[in-house]
Design a binder for this molecule. Sequence first.
Ligand SMILES: NC(=O)c1ccc[n+]([C@@H]2O[C@H](COP(=O)([O-])OP(=O)(O)OC[C@H]3O[C@@H](n4cnc5c(N)ncnc54)[C@H](OP(=O)(O)O)[C@@H]3O)[C@@H](O)[C@H]2O)c1
Length: 302
Amino acid sequence: MISIIGSGRVGASIAFLCVSNALDDVLLINRTKDKAIGESLDIANSIPPTSKFSIHGTDDYSTLSGSDIVVIAASTGLYFKDRTENMVSQIAMIKEIAEKIKQYCPSTIVLLVSNPLDVLTYFFQKESGFSRFKVIGIASSLDSSRFRYLISEKFSVPQSSIAGALVLGEHGNSMVPIFSNARIDGKSLSSMLNDDEKNVIRTEIRNYWKKLRKFKSRSQFGIAKNTYDVLETIIQKKEFSVPASVVLQGEYGANNVAMGVPMKINQNGVSEIKEIELDKSETELLMNSSQKIQNQIKSAQS
Ligand SMILES: NC(=O)c1ccc[n+]([C@@H]2O[C@H](COP(=O)([O-])OP(=O)(O)OC[C@H]3O[C@@H](n4cnc5c(N)ncnc54)[C@H](OP(=O)(O)O)[C@@H]3O)[C@@H](O)[C@H]2O)c1
């Protein structure tokens, strides 16, 4: 069973993909019970006639019992300038949710989606005491989708011709697109862009959410699909290479901080953290990004 905590835009969109693709049974848990029930009643009509699975909505955390995976997409409020705006209330919320998950499904894998993503991934892992390989923050794959999209638009090429376009580090203003790893039809992206052009793309990726919000209240489908891909990997016992946030213990020179890094995921969670080669400036930017997240963690602890 997949349980999704928070049935707002993002949680409901993830649930819709799971249910309409007949991935597994889905439980929606929401602070306001009626919202979970309403979304479930709607999404239930997307169950394919051949599906063995169903969806239910509740505010009762004890129903988490038996969850194979829990997705956390709950939010205490909107942010307008920066994803860290509601950090204090989000950390309090994540600690409460960690207690419930520990109580009702202590062997589950947890996918975090709520912001500030890396800080919450860190606090959830510490609070729950779960293995760091079972607590995964989903966001760098969304940022990487944005990177791919921007490259595809700039060079008028299909995304299928782009490989290795990763965004690592914070899901926030210090995120780092890795130009040195990206290829278009096998040709190095770095060799096709000068430093000014790279800076423009870096800024566009970091500000993608702000541009989107000029036209729509906030994003939901991109993160839903990126989360679904990880859910499918785990439920269907596949293996998947994807950038995601995990608590690091020395990898990329970072310690005791969660941030987006390339990894392999399988049915047990993170099976490998991949340390890829970065150029000098990308290494520096990534170190700065991890330092920034660490500062946020420290400020929340003081
Ligand atoms: N990782 C990424 O790349 C990414 C991308 C997009 C969004 N996000 C993040 O995803 C989160 C959800 O976004 P959204 O647009 O779906 O927000 P939303 O529409 O405001 O939904 C949030 C939901 O969480 C519920 N909630 C609050 N506290 C809860 C608790 N303790 N237990 C259970 N449910 C609780 C709220 O319930 P009520 O009905 O009672 O208000 C609401 O339904 C946000 O933190 C957002 O920043 C992350």
